[in-house]
Design a protein around this ligand. Structure first.
Ligand SMILES: *Cc1c(COP(=O)(O)O)cnc(C)c1O
Length: 229
């Protein structure tokens, strides 16, 4: 674990250097779906504080077991309406909002004593099926609606681009997302907007994401090794 963690940090640091990014601007989310608690505890020991989970049923016992006020929990899986209450109660970030109905529920269900829930809108960059995300053309309207929901804070955009081997292709997809965020910044004003987050980049394409302005890298395999099946 320690070896993979250090290697990953070196990869991130050298990409940051190459593309003129400050390390402070690059958050690392350990995507721990289907990984055991022991591996998560080992990462915690190494100083990792942000964890991402995709399945609520799997996440809740992990959150309970690792209960630690220093941890930040990110929900990075597809959202179902019947799961929003527990997500709004237990997570600090939701990266995959892609429809108004889900946003409205998260807003209503966010506990009053908690700060606003940080959300990203997931954008579908190509005609992909089964990954979720809205088309870029629908983005302004959904962002405007989320801006009216006081228990949510719209932080930015997220994507899961189609797999691409070539660096230039990877980077082009991420740059599209960055351009969409820039456009949204120009269009959006109000207290519920804090458009500073680009959630993009995974084990295979993190360098391209750093080059294009990512602020949250979501890394599973490069940290934990292959997921148990
Ligand atoms: C699984 C997953 C990741 C991590 O992918 P790796 O290739 O294992 O780094 C990142 N983001 C989301 C949304 C995922 O589902």
């Amino acid at each position: 674990m320690q070896h993979r963690f250090e290697r990953l940090r070196e990869r991130i640091a050298s990409a940051a250097l190459r593309y003129g990014r400050s390390l402070d601007s690059l958050g690392l989310i350990a995507i721990s779906k289907s990984q055991p608690l022991a591996a998560m505890r080992a990462l915690l020991q190494l100083g990792q504080r942000d964890f991402g989970e995709n399945y609520l049923q799997e996440a809740l016992p992990k959150l309970a077991a690792l209960r630690d006020p220093q941890l930040t929990w990110h929900f990075t899986g597809q959202l179902q309406a019947n799961k929003t209450r527990e997500i709004a109660e237990h997570f600090q970030w939701v990266h995959t909002v892609d429809r108004e109905r889900i946003a409205v529920r998260l807003n209503e269900q966010r506990p009053q004593h908690a700060p606003p829930l940080n959300v990203c809108i997931q954008v579908s960059l190509a005609a992909e099926t089964g990954k979720g995300g809205i088309e870029a053309s629908q983005l302004p309207e959904l962002a405007r609606r989320i801006g009216q929901l006081p228990r949510l804070r719209l932080r930015g955009l997220m994507c899961l681009p189609p797999p691409a081997e070539q660096f230039d292709q990877q980077r082009a997809a991420f740059e599209r997302l960055a351009a969409l965020l820039q456009l949204l910044r120009e269009q959006s004003t109000g207290p519920n907007f804090q458009l500073d987050a680009l959630s993009m980049g995974m084990s295979e394409d993190l360098e391209a994401a750093v080059a294009a302005g990512a602020t949250w890298l979501r890394i599973g395999t490069a940290l934990f090794g292959a997921r148990p099946t």
